[in-house]
Design a protein around this ligand. Structure first.
Ligand SMILES: Nc1nc2c(c(=O)[nH]1)N=C([C@H](O)[C@H](O)COP(=O)(O)OP(=O)(O)OP(=O)(O)O)CN2
Ligand SMILES: [Zn+2]
Length: 157
């Protein structure tokens, strides 16, 4: 005998489909947080941070896109892959003064560099077709000190 989908399950699927169509193509932002450990010191700086020290950096990535037919804008797993490939592989357990291009390794300079790496990937990959874009980054050096970068500031200046 052929397998029959129980009537109740079919009903739920129709309801879900109707719901997905209602929200399909709405722009929604999703956010994922990551950490990486690295050492650095600041140049031209009078204070304890001129000496070599380390941080567990926290990077908060927010991307937006259009909700697809199964209710997903960008898969959290895809954001993780992007972080691993573009940021973690280059900065985790590194000495930032060597690992980054020549710059003073402040949270401000680092967040602009991180933005450029992620933006480059989102522009060339299949993400571009889907209208996926970086909206905001937060880079924490310590639990109480962080830098923020938003798309609106990048576009307008
Ligand atoms: N605007 C910036 N100021 C400072 C930066 C920076 O990147 N941008 N960086 C540093 C140092 O790297 C330092 O490690 C972090 O500074 P600070 O918040 O002062 O660290 P504390 O451990 O003292 O933090 P508390 O939460 O106050 O204990 C310095 N300034
Ligand atoms: Zn520091």
């Amino acid at each position: 005998m052929d397998f029959q989908i129980p009537k109740k399950v079919e009903k739920i699927d129709e309801d879900i489909q109707r719901h997905e169509l209602k929200y399909h193509n709405k722009r929604v932002a999703v956010t994922k947080e990551f950490t990486f450990d690295a050492a650095h010191h600041l140049h031209c700086y009078e204070g304890k941070c001129k000496s070599l020290h380390g941080h567990t950096y926290k990077l908060v990535i927010t991307v937006s896109g259009f909700v697809n037919e199964i209710g997903i804008t960008v898969d959290f797993g895809d954001i993780k892959a992007l972080f691993k490939e573009e940021i973690d592989s280059k900065l985790d357990h590194r000495y930032l003064n060597d690992a980054l291009p020549k710059m003073n390794t402040t949270a401000e300079n680092m967040i602009v560099w991180i933005w450029e790496q992620l933006e480059r990937r989102l522009k060339v990959d299949e993400y571009k077709k889907l209208g996926t874009r970086l909206e905001e980054l937060k880079l924490y050096e310590t639990p109480t000190s962080y830098a923020t970068l938003k798309r609106e500031w990048m576009d307008n200046e």
